[in-house]
Design a protein around this ligand. Sequence first.
Ligand code: CO
Length: 134
Amino acid sequence: MIGKLNHVAIVVPDLEKAVATYRDILGATVSEPMDLPDHGVTTVFVELPNTKIELLLPLGENSPIARFLEKNPAGGMHHVCYEVEDIFAARNKLVGAGARILGDGEPKNGAHNKPVLFLHPKDFCGTLVELEQV
Ligand code: CO
């Protein structure tokens, strides 16, 4: 059901420093920062030949990643995103298998303006999983 790895997301305490690390030290191509107020994050995408790294900085007071950064002050890996062809079919199959979908269970538009869902880490090997319809 899942297809390509779309991105790996890393929460960072200092976005400029993270950009400099990926751009200047690791030599990757990075995007301009983009504020996503609906999601409570500022994102930068690092383009790799086979996937992307999504650098995430909390935005606003109720950012869903603020607590993660409190627990991991140096930052850390936050989620992996797999591509699916049909997010509703994927959701129904997962719910049928007893997996928990975060939030109200309905797909929302994500950072690429495509529908996404997040799956409970306890059902997926301790890793927060994002599904994105491509
Ligand atoms: Co993501």
